[in-house]
Write a protein that binds this ligand. Sequence first.
Ligand code: ZN
Length: 94
Amino acid sequence: MTTCPFCGLDPYEYVDVGVGCVPVAVNCCHFGPALFDDRSEDQSWRKWAECAAEAVSGIKDKDERMAKADEILFGELEYRSWNERHDATQGTSK
Ligand SMILES: [Zn+2]
């Protein structure tokens, strides 16, 4: 069984296809899809999620782990939106 490093649950939702259960969706917490969904179009989020997973791996309490991961996520979102604004300014100045 796979375990989500953030919430500690099995990230996959399974469907019985007759010959056994197959994972059809990632359905554990809001960090799960970034780490476990192979169909995710933005692979940079997987890199981020791997780093974040490592950062919270030492925290035993689930709520603390999620809070820490949220903190890291906010930092990343701020960084990304800054980059986007920065790129937009660069684009128009040409
Ligand atoms: Zn999870």
